[in-house]
Design a protein around this ligand. Structure first.
Ligand SMILES: O=C1C[C@@](O)(C(=O)O)C[C@@H](O)[C@@H]1O
Length: 223
């Protein structure tokens, strides 16, 4: 996965959902933290879509405990031939335990998405810019998911997305929550490289997500 252009990822906790995702998605985001036996699921994967592996830690909105097992599982996932990208939290890199994942991904030629989530607010532009700058020191893509409370929040995120893209940086941005919902359709217009969507609305992995078919339709219509 090179993220040269927009990638729509179907967020799945069960890789069996790939069949239903195929029609609209470019990739699967496998939420390992939400799966019962993620490494066995990877071994049994015979889908068509490439996999972005995420093992989201609990303090960043996921369900994985913050222990060695989480990071070890991510490292093992990288060895799987269909895993073409891996998500590592910037905070995990800063803490040190994410560094080995990035290094192994580099050795395997697996793309690295370094992510930051803010479940409270949309920070000031300078702060968002700083976070993406740090993420891009380690990742092929810097991903920033913030929480919007107003249209002004979304505008700030979109303006930043546009500026980063114009400067040749690969970023993925989205505003979580109701007020930010439309950002998921509009941010790709300004250069955001990744969108995330569940196949069915009930399986949303973040607040404000559209279902996959809807997001594909919106992104296509705005292209
Ligand atoms: O980091 C992200 C982005 C996301 O939080 C979203 O807002 O769509 C959804 C997650 O599944 C994914 O890992």
């Amino acid at each position: 996965m090179d993220f040269d252009s927009f990638v729509l990822a179907a967020s799945l906790s069960d890789l069996g959902g790939e069949r239903a995702a195929r029609e609209h998605a470019d990739a699967v985001e496998f939420r390992m933290d939400l799966a019962a036996d993620p490494l066995a699921a990877l071994d049994g994967y015979d889908g068509e879509l490439p996999i972005l592996a995420t093992n989201r830690v609990e303090w960043e909105g996921g369900e994985a405990a913050d222990d060695d097992a989480r990071v070890d599982a991510l490292r093992e996932a990288i060895e799987h031939p269909r895993v073409e990208a891996v998500d590592v939290e910037l905070a995990a890199i800063a803490a040190g335990d994410g560094v080995g994942v990035v290094e192994r991904a580099r050795e395997r030629d697996v793309a690295v998405v370094v992510s930051v989530h803010d479940f409270e607010e949309t920070p000031a532009r300078a702060e968002m810019s700083r976070l993406l700058g740090q993420a891009l020191e380690f990742g092929d893509v810097g991903k920033l998911a913030v929480t919007a409370e107003s249209r002004a929040d979304v505008l700030r995120l979109l303006a930043l997305t546009h500026a980063q893209t114009e400067a040749g940086r690969r970023v993925a941005t989205m505003a979580m929550g109701e007020a930010g919902r439309h950002s998921r359709a509009v941010a790709p217009v300004y250069g955001s490289r990744i969108g995330y969507a569940p196949v069915a609305p009930a399986d949303a992995t973040a607040p404000g997500q559209y279902d996959l078919a809807t997001l594909r339709g919106l992104v296509e219509a705005l292209e």
